[in-house]
Design a protein around this ligand. Sequence first.
Ligand code: RET
Length: 248
Amino acid sequence: MLLNVIQTIAPDNYVAFTFFIGYIAMLAASVFFFVERGSVSDKWKMSLLVSALITGIAAVHYYYMRDYNLVTGDSPTFFRYVDWILTVPLMCVEFYLLTRLAGATKSLLWKLILASTWMLVCGYIGEAFNPGGIGSTSHSVTWGVLSTLGYLYILHSVWLGEVAKLSESSGSEVVKKGVRALAWFVLVGWAIYPIGYMCMDGGWLSGIMSPEKIDVWYNLADAINKIGFGLVVYSIAVAESSKDLAKS
Ligand SMILES: *C/C=C(C)/C=C/C=C(C)/C=C/C1=C(C)CCCC1(C)C
């Protein structure tokens, strides 16, 4: 199976190659986060489980996306969005879990989940249902802007709003620094996606990147945002757990 895949990916096919390597990396990260649940204290196990789920769900999608791309040569837009709609709300769950001890409510969790779902549904309509041969700019821009509203809501919450305030009041330097690091992921790592979106046919930056390059770009973004994000959560969990241990 493995040999077969390597044989069918041409050496200059970076798109298929990054889908392939993305699959392995997500799978490895998932196993790592899952196993490491054993080395943190009970109240942090859930955070690591969610990290493992995020990369695990992505691994399954990467497996399909690689095949889809190899067979059709196209961008697996549908699988990509199915992946995002499952994994991005789980990243919102991570913010909730990190600030729960400082008093985060279920309503905060639902607001973040709703904003991320809105962002992705609008983005999918903008990408997948674009009428007209090479893509209509007004369609792409309208849905892109609507999607961005959801993005801005999350960005605001983690930098200045509820999530930021809760982490400030958590009384833990580790949580404060960790949430700030994750907020950087949302600001910089997540911004890679709307840039990719704008480079598509009909987008404001169309023509800058070929569709194949956009796939490589998205694959890179996913690796940073899913594995990197999970590693930050992991380091918070480990640091907080060692504090718990020192106390007991
Ligand atoms: C693991 C996957 C992640 C973190 C995906 C994040 C996706 C986004 C932040 C997408 C955002 C978009 C906009 C803000 C506007 C244009 C449409 C999107 C969906 C690409």
